[in-house]
Ligand binder design. Structure first.
Ligand code: AMP
Ligand code: ZN
Length: 114
């Protein structure tokens, strides 16, 4: 998608600090971190929101979680703990319409969120 900021990051047209990269998934540091560790995990293929996933995307969404697990290990927060979340549409505050998982860690994240 030409106008999508995360597609541009995947294409290398906008710089990002990548922490994980495979054939289907890319993870990079959030530009405005809300925690000491704040990573964005995206499918390389454009999908606008969680609502737009189909059963054919089951492996892809699983791979995003496996990427989160690997990032947490690599950044040393697997044991201390981390949170993964996907915002969908207005009430969740989705701002970039290319489905993405946040990985937050490095402080007590509190519960419930929001
Ligand atoms: P959301 O509110 O779930 O749509 O989150 C979008 C996230 O993308 C925010 O946390 C932004 O700080 C982050 N973000 C936006 N543009 C960039 C960028 N160019 N590089 C890294 N993270 C970005
Ligand atoms: Zn996109």
């Amino acid at each position: 998608m030409t106008d999508c900021i995360f597609c541009k990051i995947v294409a290398g047209e906008i710089p990002a600090a990548a922490v994980y990269d495979d054939d289907q998934v890319l993870a990079f540091r959030d530009i405005q971190p809300e925690a000491p560790v704040h990573i964005i995990i995206v499918p390389k293929r454009h999908i606008a929101t969680l609502n737009d996933l189909t059963p054919a995307d089951a492996e892809l969404i699983g791979r995003m979680h496996l990427a989160a697990r690997q990032v947490a290990l690599d950044l040393g927060v697997a044991d201390s703990g981390y949170r993964t979340l996907i915002n969908c549409n207005r009430d969740a505050g989705q701002y970039v319409f290319h489905v993405h998982m946040h990985l937050l860690a490095g402080r007590n994240l509190g519960w419930p969120p929001g």
